[in-house]
Design a protein around this ligand. Structure first.
Ligand SMILES: Cc1cc2nc3c(=O)[nH]c(=O)nc-3n(C[C@H](O)[C@H](O)[C@H](O)COP(=O)(O)OP(=O)(O)OC[C@H]3O[C@@H](n4cnc5c(N)ncnc54)[C@H](O)[C@@H]3O)c2cc1C
Length: 407
């Protein structure tokens, strides 16, 4: 049996960020994942981009990761939100977010997930006290007299002072440790595709609220944008199966002509959209981090930002305890993390859930209500700045990493 300070189940973007933060703080860390590194870096593994808030960019910079991905990042120079019936006239009210209003050059960056993963792996390889074991799922966790023992699918057992489940939405380790979730399905799928267009996007991100759900056009490097097209679950499978011409016609009805001629490039991906929130984030010597703790609607592009904030807060709490010579797996220590992160996760979950319900329909009185609401927010400077600071992740108690400092 090998030994380390922290064993992490899940080497996704959240698990790797957490592991790097802990290793940079001087702890010995092992990360296990069933997916080999080479497979996780293949373009077909994950076609998504993520909108990374500026607080997240500060964190990735402090971890030494951003410098390995910055060339692939497209700054968001403006966000335009409109409400439109499919094929009809958009509402006269729209929302417009300009970063100059909050003294920023951009409202965050759009990066393809594959580049973020590659940058995280590059940095992890430079840290002698971080070991990545893959392919090897974590299959069991058992308490030991002064620690916790993780069993991996490759037969290895690892004793650690604490274990973290960063193993995604289904989180087998969350279930194994008996942490329950509340959750439901949105009866929507997120269809993701890359679109090449004739005209430059100038860094503008668009969110059109269509009756089936939000249709986001996120600017990528070059004359390319990534779509997150929310569609009803009874219609999405048929749309995914359309031939290229028919898919293009459906796409054009929603995308519009503002960027000139468009062409869907590469494969189409789909993600069933569900909500869940764990009732508790910790147990003695065990914590949840990222999507294992919460899964929210992508309407505001905040799921990964939320998970990275967990990683920043958990590493801070654990490293502070280690520096004081305390037991890092102690429940009192881990409860500090839970108190810090659970309320924030709950608040964002309620907000994104409410927004999706308010906008994903064609009910006339609701349409009037939300359009007037958008017009009011757009007309009031402090309201606009409030939403921009939330989108930028600069609200609430920020972990040190999200202020750009060491964990
Ligand atoms: C359509 C869509 C668009 C999105 N857009 C955005 C956006 O713009 N901005 C944003 O902030 N967020 C966005 N999100 C949310 C974001 O993608 C997720 O919140 C984020 O990927 C979660 O990362 P994670 O590391 O917690 O989980 P995951 O990425 O699911 O990683 C979990 C890892 O655990 C591994 N694993 C599974 N089982 C085990 C096991 N037993 N043992 C060990 N490892 C295991 C998996 O192989 C995987 O590597 C979007 C989501 C969707 C669906």
């Amino acid at each position: 049996m090998s030994r380390c300070d922290v064993v992490v189940g899940g080497g996704g973007m959240v698990g790797m960020s957490l592991a790097i933060a802990l290793a940079r703080g001087g702890l010995d860390v092992v990360v296990a994942d069933p997916v080999p590194q080479s497979a996780a870096l293949e373009p077909k593994f994950d076609g998504r981009v993520s909108a990374l808030a500026y607080a997240t960019v500060r964190m990735l910079t402090a971890l030494g990761v951003w410098q390995h991905m910055a060339e692939h990042a497209q700054p968001i120079r403006d966000i335009l939100v409109t409400d439109a019936p499919l094929g009809g006239e958009p509402s006269p009210f729209s929302l417009h977010f300009d970063p100059a209003e909050v003294g920023a050059e951009s409202l965050g960056h759009i990066v393809e997930n594959r580049y973020t993963r590659a940058a995280l792996f590059t940095v992890a390889e430079t840290l002698p006290n971080l070991r990545f074991v893959a392919p090897a799922a974590m299959t069991a966790l058992k308490s030991a007299p002064n620690g916790i023992v993780a069993t991996l699918a490759n037969g290895e057992t690892i004793e650690a002072a604490m274990a973290v489940a960063a193993d995604g939405r289904e989180s087998p380790m969350r279930d194994a440790m008996g942490l329950k979730v509340v959750g439901w399905s949105y009866a929507q799928w997120g269809i993701v595709a890359t679109v090449e267009h004739e005209k430059p996007h100038n860094g503008v991100a668009y969110e059109h609220f269509l009756p089936s759900g939000p249709f986001a056009i996120l600017p990528m490097t070059g004359n390319r944008s990534s779509l997150v097209w929310t569609e009803r679950e009874d219609l999405a499978p048929a749309i995914l199966k359309l031939d290229d011409n028919a898919f293009h016609a459906e796409l054009f009805r929603r995308f519009g002509a503002h960027l000139g001629a468009i062409r869907a490039a590469g494969p189409r991906w789909s993600y069933p959209l569900k909500f869940h929130l764990a009732r508790g984030f910790v147990q003695p010597r065990f914590a949840l981090c990222g999507d294992s703790a919460h899964g929210i609607h992508p309407i505001a592009g905040q799921g990964l930002n939320l998970g990275l904030k967990d990683a920043a807060a958990l590493s801070e709490v654990v490293l502070d305890a280690a520096r004081l010579g305390l037991d890092i797996g102690n429940l009192d220590t881990l409860r500090k993390y839970e108190r810090w992160r659970r309320f924030d996760s709950l608040a964002l979950s309620i907000a994104t859930d409410g927004l999706n319900r308010l906008f994903s329909n064609d009910i006339a009185p609701l349409r009037v209500l939300r359009d007037v609401g958008m017009g009011i927010v757009d007309a009031i400077g402090p309201a606009r700045r409030f939403f921009m600071r939330h989108a930028g992740g600069d609200v609430g108690k920020l972990p040190r990493l999200m202020k750009g400092k060491a964990a």
